[in-house]
Design a protein around this ligand. Sequence first.
Ligand SMILES: [Fe+2]
Ligand SMILES: [Fe+2]
Length: 239
Amino acid sequence: MEQHNRTDGPLVHRRALLGLPVAVVCGSALTACGARTTDAATTAERIEPVTPPEDLMREHGVLKRVLLIYREGVRRIDTGGTVPTVELHASAGLIRSFIEEYHERLEEQYVFPPLVAAGKLTDTVTILLQQHQRGRTVTGRILEATGTTPSAQARRALAADLTAFVRMYEPHEAREDTVVFPALREVVSADRFNEMGDIFEAEEHRRFGTAGFAGVVDQVADIEKSLGIYDLAQFTPRA
Ligand SMILES: [Fe+2]
Ligand SMILES: [Fe+2]
């Protein structure tokens, strides 16, 4: 299982450690653990909790990994191979539950409105909203097409939808990462910015349980393993 820091990361450590005197944390083994715990507490206090943009950007990492799965699906269709319907269906399901019904809802509810209210990036936000809608339509078709073994005609239509989805979401998420999320800092107060971080975390666990983000990443990794594209080293070019 990969390592993630949402539930047991700096935020929780900081809250837990700040509420307890060192003697309670160390119990009776003060001499054995005192210095190390002090170091850990100091480190945890120095590390800020996950900020809203960092949270949204690592969700984009999940999206990017699904786009790589979609590319693999297209490659197999284009080379006449078997359509990996089970993996593609599971991936589209993650796009629906994690990206469309969670990540994009956060953007639509908390990120875009303050930008529009401030008169910033209004044209960009309009396009991003249109793309959210179009993405949901395409995902609906991908879910339907991968729910069964597709015909030759359906294979071509599926490849076209997967390709269109990748083509739209690569620039979409890149624009959000580099332009939209940085601009958010300029239009919301520090208190609101921090409050949004707490709201995002609460919503993540309400929807995805205690495993939260880490559980979703594990699901993506399992799909990658099933397709043989999990091993990172395979993507390193020969020297
Ligand atoms: Fe978006
Ligand atoms: Fe996004």
